[in-house]
Design a protein around this ligand. Structure first.
Ligand code: PLP
Length: 442
């Protein structure tokens, strides 16, 4: 039964599972932010998911704003995706040999994104890691540039001043160090870091070291420091890096097919040399991809000298889920407008509710991505996001969860709205948010 929880929920089954999990899985989770360290309490274990809702093991229906961290843009258990997976399943689960669905998905992705060639991998991390190797192989240069608070997965060279769970769980790390223990200083030294939305900083670095830089990798809208939107001046500076012979790599793992069929780059008029995808491209199964012009992609093995491979790459079930999701996104022309309408109404409602409660709040929203930063003033750089009142956020988060709203358990994440979120979910969310703002003040 789907409905909003009105009284304080019992979570005994989730709590028991978490205790069991902690004995056999580090921190009890297979990805750090899921552990709720930044917000307190213990995570809910999920039994199943349907439309806009997660149903936890204790039987609570929760309005889901995480959407598996982005992939579930159509809502959970969408019939078209489920049927496509079932059909593929009937033919076997993995071949380790070419199959037609890979070709179909590659044709669809290249057509929708105006790319020439694409290579499928099994996660966003592999996509960015492989795109960087390709950029180094093409240019013969070693250095890369990334932006403070951007997250590109957990490859060694990218865990430098990284966002997402690295911000959430950063209490044990020293300033200026790689964002993780175990990353050799020699790797970190190949990654130069600039502030996001700082065109002068980027220009200055490129003037100084542009001839050594293989690639500049960036989130075209940041989700992993909370939502940050690139200014026109910063976008122009990004384009200028190409004049130094560096490749521009758009990490659209989060934004690809979420902000438009052509991703954030299509929406904002950005032209990258290489693009990385993940999340939505696999419709909830493990898929990542990287792509670009044929002259660049043909450096990838077996065509070219840059090695990259994967046992489960192009897996038929994963390809089927991705195909069904992207076909549905293309078919349902009004979807992106509906997502925007819902999410901007949510943003307005949150601003109003925070105002009434006297809670300083800055809401950044674009399309179906949104972060409510607890604090005053514009948030356009990582340094602004880092000033947010994380204790107030945590209290608000707990208030929401107790009322059946499953928000991202960190101040430094975007939430994601799906096509299954409607009027009823919006009303329930705003009513829970109003009550939770009162808690966040105390
Ligand atoms: N790049 C971006 C922008 C992401 O948001 C993420 C994951 O959140 C990744 C890369 C890594 O993707 P994955 O978790 O599939 O390895």
């Amino acid at each position: 039964v789907i409905g909003t929880v009105t009284s304080l929920p019992q979570t005994s089954i989730s709590d028991t599972l978490f205790e069991r999990a902690k004995k056999v899985i580090p921190g009890g989770v297979n990805s750090p932010v899921r552990a709720f360290r930044a917000v307190g309490g213990s995570p809910r274990f999920i039994e199943r998911a349907e439309g806009a809702y997660l149903i936890d093991k204790d039987g609570h229906a929760l309005i889901d704003y995480i959407g598996s961290w982005g992939p579930m843009i159509l809502g959970h258990n969408h019939p078209a995706v489920r049927e496509a997976i079932s059909e593929a399943l009937a033919g076997g689960t993995s071949f380790g040999a070419p199959n037609e669905r890979e070709v179909e998905l590659a044709e669809l992705v290249t057509r929708l994104t105006k790319t020439e060639k694409v290579r499928f991998v099994s996660s966003g991390t592999e996509a960015t890691m492989s795109a960087l190797r390709l950029a180094r192989g093409v240019t013969g240069r070693d250095l890369i540039v990334k932006f403070r608070g951007n997250y590109h997965g957990h490859a060694d060279g990218l865990l430098v001043e990284a966002g997402s769970g690295l911000l959430t769980n950063a209490e044990h790390l020293g300033a200026g160090a790689p964002s993780s223990a175990g990353v050799p200083a020699a790797y970190a030294a190949l990654t130069l870091v600039v502030e996001y939305n700082d065109p002068e900083g980027l220009d200055a670095l490129m003037q100084l070291r542009g001839h050594e830089i293989a690639a500049v990798i960036f989130e075209p809208v940041v989700g992993n420091a909370g939502v940050l939107i690139p200014t026109p001046e910063f976008r122009a500076a990004l384009h200028r890096v190409k004049s130094h012979g560096a490749l521009l790599i758009a990490d659209e793992v989060m934004t690809g097919f979420r902000l438009s069929l052509r991703g954030a780059c299509g929406l904002l008029g950005l032209q990258s040399d290489l693009t990385c995808w993940g999340k939505i491209i696999g419709g909830g199964l493990p898929v990542g991809a990287y792509g670009g012009r044929a002259e660049l992609m043909d450096f990838v093995s077996p065509q070219g000298p840059v090695y990259q491979a994967g046992t489960l790459s192009g897996n038929p079930l994963a390809m089927a889920a991705g195909l069904a999701t992207l076909r549905e996104l293309e078919r349902d022309e009004g979807l992106y407008v509906r997502l925007e309408t819902y999410t901007s109404a949510l943003a307005d409602g949150l601003r109003a509710a925070a105002g009434e409660a006297g809670v300083p709040l800055q809401v950044n929203q674009i399309g179906s991505m949104l972060t409510a930063f607890f604090g005053d003033g514009e948030v356009s750089r990582f340094a602004h996001a880092a000033q947010a009142d994380t204790a107030a956020f945590a209290a608000w988060f707990r208030g929401l969860l107790e009322r059946g709203v499953y928000w991202a358990p960190s101040q430094f994440e975007s939430i994601f709205v799906s096509g299954a979120h409607g009027e009823r979910e919006l009303e329930s969310t705003l009513s829970a948010a109003r009550a939770a703002f009162a808690l966040s003040r105390t």
